[in-house]
Design a protein around this ligand. Sequence first.
Ligand code: GLA
Length: 379
Amino acid sequence: MMKRVCLAAVLFVVVLSATVLAAEKGTASATMPTLRQAAGNRMLMGASLMSHELDDARRAAFIAEQFNCLTPGNEMKPDALQNVKGKFTFERADKIVAFAEAHGMTMIGHTLCWHNQAPAWLFMDENKKPLPREVALENLRNHIHTVMEHYKGRVKGWDVVNEGLDDSGPYLRDTPARKAIGDDFIIKAFQFAREADPDAELYYNDYNIEANYKRPKALRLLKELKDAGVKVDGVGIQGHWLIDNGNIKEIDEGIKAFADLGLKVMITEVDVDPLPRRQGAGADLSATQREGLDPYKAGLPDDVQQKLAERYRALFQVIMKYPQIQRVTFWGVDDGSSWLNDFPVRGRTNHPLLWDRNFQPKPAFRAVIETLQQSSVAK
Ligand code: GLA
């Protein structure tokens, strides 16, 4: 009898320590809520995904379990929806929208006007010269109307213009749309979008607009849109962040600046890059140039794993301060599917998200869940 009690006690301790250890390391634990559970009604938890990811039943179920909002990674970009003038191809995007609807998830449209992943004919002639303004405007109007009317009532909000601001220049990025239409191409895009679906939310989306160097340009743009009588519902801060902690205060100030304008703020493409970003590290590097740039091929060491978790915690602590932040979307689901395996250097092994390549939650997942839970308790 005594022996059995002892054995039971030993077993209990072993199981308990394994659970504590698992929890500590942020690995799977039966008691851990999902992201969408932890966020509750406070905000939407989104992910970007590619339509082919839904062919993997396990992955699809995982996505529906963790998230309650989807953004198509590529399927709603201009080259995916209208690569050939007048020939709209909605199938892949429709597949994502149908999945979202079947699982009670909110759908976000990304994006109606962007200088990347857009067919040349929209704003250029066959000699790559800007089209006359009226022709370019009609192309933009027709694209926006056809796409938004197709998804009317099914997509909550649209990134109307993506990345319209210049990084180093004084203000607007010199895109094909701007060259053909002029500086008011962003105003026009928002006007067309508002006409096409008056009930959809309309967002301006960009990277680093929370940072000091780019924030004034974003504030100027939002003011110009307002002065032109255009109603913008919200601002999307992409949130492609780096592991080093320096700019948390700047991010906080940036979010505040947009929230103070009375706008909704969304963090739309979150990932935190733990790999080195060396100056001039373009996509195609020789073996010598690559040296030291891909240090975590065998996995993220524990100290970096913890550092990543703390960085996520700090970011979410800031995010949770602002009721204006109504959605956080991660750019990808697991480390294996992140675009950062190929940017800014191709073919590295990156670890920027909350789950590893085997869908195991990382300490960063636990840090995010804890921060979401603490903030919901504090409310
Ligand atoms: C930008 C775009 C996204 C996506 C990422 C990289 O941030 O807004 O659509 O292309 O780059 O994958």
